[in-house]
Design a binder for this molecule. Structure first.
Ligand code: AMP
Length: 509
């Protein structure tokens, strides 16, 4: 039987209604090349309407529009104006190689590019706008767009390509509905608990999975939003936390490692920050403990481009449990399967692949007709996990990164975390390299902390002292480097590291 409830599209217009009508004096603060821009939700909403008229005047209403931009108010205005006109905002990863940018822009069929001025990219076949003061003026003189269409909630709103360590990037398109529901879920107290009394700083790039939807969630609930602009360094981040009273900030673990390092060096602190949201990779326990010493809680999130960022969360008060990826947020279901696709129990011991389904999970890639779901139901995450009886997930490894030695598995993540818990180590990454006898053997890359000396033997002895690893699980070789190669989204670039080991071995002859 049909319900008696009215049809109401969960779309960007429904979010915009709140921004414009309810919180008009709340602030958006944005760091730009021209300095700090502060304006109210009221002024922001007016700008969105003027930008919509600008897009219409240029023949771009309802089109696919690429942005190659940092986290700024100008980018945020496009986040609203483009989908409000039933277009798709394609956030291009600024760290992509120009040939990759060419590829994704062509693949999406974008009609225009809005680009920050310092990003080197040229595409003569498409109209380009530079996000600068001249552009501001051109938008400012427009009449505000009067009435936005009530876009069907199933329509695409935002497009994002996964970086991937191999092959061409694959496109994912989030719908109006998925953005709405994900943002709503993020607001829940047991998820991020963003409220109108918070000042939120989205440091995770708005060019990758729409800043994990935290700009939308913040504006939906009337929080003050701080956008840290182009290439923010640890010093900028700490200054903004202090100057604008940031209470909750979202960034990958590497950013927080830098921030904590900076604060220690400067003998400063992190007040008034209450919590950091981190994910994309497992935050080292040492980092979580350091943040806690500064009075900052860690909310550990897990997710993928294909799950519209955050899909599980761990906000445990027990620091030792915070390396778990935690519980599925409302709108997500999880299960554990073995290599044959058979479901495994949630007993905290069984190891299998995590599969997920839900209101913001991808079923196919853009421009590809084939459904990628297992049994037409579950998205295979490629992450190897254990699930406790209470539903809390612990990532053990990624399928592609497990090291198989003599028919037995070695967890590169466990080794990395153990090496990183050594006081002289800043960062570590472990890769499996081909070995004639054993199939694969682990090799570790280590970045030592500045100003200390550390040897290979010292690290191996430390690992032995932890009593966590069998002898055959210890790395065969430790290579000291200045920085760990990362992919364009800041993940460990294991492919590049495997190449480095190959060259290293060749050189040794
Ligand atoms: P991406 O689509 O680039 O965001 O990458 C998603 C992948 O990053 C996941 O499948 C995981 O392998 C990894 N990942 C994301 N969050 C976490 C986390 N909290 N802990 C460990 N790995 C993570």
């Amino acid at each position: 039987m049909d319900s008696t409830i009215m049809d109401y599209n969960l779309n960007i217009r429904a979010i915009f209604w709140r921004v414009e009508k309810l919180y008009s004096n709340q602030e958006i603060i944005s760091r730009t090349y021209e300095g700090i821009k502060r304006y109210t939700y009221r002024d922001f909403s007016l700008r969105v309407r003027k930008l919509a008229s600008f897009l219409k005047q240029k023949g771009l209403a309802g089109e696919r529009i690429a942005t190659i931009a940092w986290n700024t108010h100008r980018h945020l205005e496009l986040y609203f104006a483009v989908p409000l006109l039933n277009g798709i905002l394609h956030t291009v990863n600024v760290r992509f190689h120009p040939t990759e940018m060419d590829y994704v822009i062509k693949e999406m069929g974008d009609k225009a590019i809005f680009k920050d001025k310092d990003i080197e990219y040229k595409n003569d076949s498409i109209t380009s706008f530079i996000l600068d003061e001249k552009y501001d003026e051109e938008v400012e003189v427009q009449e505000p767009f009067a009435e936005f269409p009530d876009v069907d909630e199933k329509q695409g709103a935002i497009a994002c390509f996964t970086s991937g360590t191999t092959g061409k990037p694959k496109g994912v398109i989030y719908s109006h509905r998925s953005v709405f529901i994900h943002s709503l879920s993020l607001m829940a107290k047991d998820v991020l608990g963003i409220s109108s009394s918070d000042t939120v700083m989205t440091i995770v790039p708005m060019f990758h999975i729409s800043g994990w939807d935290t700009p939308f969630a913040s504006l939906m609930t009337g929080a003050r939003l701080v956008l840290p602009g182009p290439r923010p360094k640890a010093e900028d981040i700490v200054n903004m936390i202090k100057s604008f009273g940031v209470t909750i900030a979202i960034a990958a673990p590497t950013v927080w490692i830098d921030v904590v390092h900076y604060v220690e060096k400067e003998k400063g602190d992190l007040s008034p920050l209450k919590a950091v949201v981190t994910g994309g990779a497992e935050p080292p326990l040492g980092l979580i403990k350091k943040l806690s010493e500064y009075g900052v809680k860690t909310y550990h999130a897990w997710g993928m481009t294909e799950t519209e960022a955050i899909a599980t969360i761990n906000k445990s008060d027990d620091i030792n449990r915070l390396s778990e990826q935690g519980y599925p947020i409302p709108g997500i279901e999880t299960a554990l399967i073995d290599v044959d696709g058979k479901e495994l129990p949630w007993d905290g011991r069984s190891v299998g692949e995590l599969v997920v389904r839900g209101a913001f999970v991808t079923k196919r890639y853009f421009n590809s007709p084939s459904n990628i779901l297992h049994n037409n139901t579950w998205l295979r995450t490629g992450d190897v996990v254990k699930i406790k009886e209470d539903g809390s997930i612990k990532v053990v490894d990624r399928l592609k990164d497990l090291i198989k030695s003599g028919g037995e598995w070695i967890s590169s993540v466990d080794l990395e975390n153990a090496i990183m818990s050594y006081e002289k180590v800043l960062e570590a990454a472990v890769v499996g390299v081909p070995d004639e006898k054993w199939g694969e053997r682990p090799v570790a890359f280590v970045v030592k902390k500045p100003g200390v000396e550390v040897t290979e033997e010292e690290i191996i002895n430390y690992l032995k002292s932890l009593n966590m690893f069998a002898k055959w699980q210890l790395p065969d070789k430790i290579i000291f480097i200045d920085s760990i190669p990362k992919t364009s989204t800041g993940k460990l670039d294991k492919k590049a590291m495997r190449e480095m080991v190959k060259k290293f071995i060749e050189k040794k002859g």
